[in-house]
Design a binder for this molecule. Sequence first.
Ligand code: GAL
Length: 419
Amino acid sequence: MSRLMRWLVLIGLAVLVIALVAACSTGPAKTNKLEMFSWWTAGGEADGLNAMYEIYKKQYPGVEIINATVAGGAGTNAKAVLSTRLTGGDPPDSFQLHAGLEVEKYDPEKYLQPLDSLYASEGWDKVFPKDLLTLLKYKDHYWGVPVNIHRANVLWYNKKVFEDNKLTPPATWDDFFKVAEALKAKGIVPLVIGTKEGWEAGHTFETILISTLGADGYRGLWTGKVQWTDPKVTQALETFKKIMTYANTDYSALTWDGAAQYLVDGKGAMHIMGDWTDGWFTSKKYTGYGWAPVPGTQGVFDALSDSFAAAKNPKNQENLTNWLKVAGSKAGQEAFNPKKGSICARTDCDPKLFNAYLQSAMMDWSKDAIVPSVAHGAAAVEKWATVYKDILNTFATKGDVAAAQKDLQKACVDNGVCK
Ligand code: GAL
């Protein structure tokens, strides 16, 4: 071997040894991943999440994002999978969690990280609205970083169908039934609904409860101030039963977005759903929709908020903390919400980035009475919300008012809220 070759071999060996020592001193190789778990797979939802991922990737280019999703609106399937992963010691780093009592389901003191110090260092207690901060606190701690505020009590309608038939969107249930009769006579499905995933009937019904009970009365149902035996609950059940007689007959086979497709196709006139529908319409490049509060709910904002939580003992703590910082940031929320069809949880986002519907939602949020959604984790603990949703899902098909009302009261008693 020539002298030069010998030197080269020696240098090569030295480099190898240095590399090995460096690898051993940092312990097992870092994965440099971030696993984020949600149920956002539909158009608009997935687009919004991707937009936020883009911001994260720009700031932390070396990190691989694992986008773990379990499809099913309102987290129907995702929540069960998440519970199993948390209790089984295989948590995703971060996951979707509704602000409000839903967190109780995941035994936060055992499985989640309290985020109070991050709230303080990021100044979040100053940029999130008071009402939302109150909703987010459970057992004196913050467990999730809110990314948005959604409205549940929206009546979406096909503008052309209304114009062609010289109709105006109904402001009361009496108006609704007049409009529905006129549309039915023209062979157009007056109300589109999909109940396939088991939560949509409960969603629709909470908005009807708001219309018969008002904001205070509706809130009282979840605190025990109003009993479920109240005649206004009977009235709401009767209204729900009647509106179902104007619904598409394939409702039990459709998801919320499947039902919304009726509007896009001009075959259906109205749809009661949350404002993720705005994001979904936008993702379909459909612009022929109008919106109004669900009849009888003017001045009330039926609210929910998606947040991201942090698992205890995550695989990637640093990446997770950085993700939460992006989720709570102005840049993250301005990228996410216009696509998602929600307004920022922060109060300092630029309204000009949002479409006309979302700008109207911002206005309403600032002046309406805010009530918590039960179908989306805000108003009640998950086990009560689940029973509530099951009762309404059965009711949508069976229509037994007395039986449903009795079961609703029992659910409240079983949860220790009603007597
Ligand atoms: C809600 C969630 C929304 C949207 C909707 C339909 O529970 O908060 O962000 O995803 O379900 O899936």
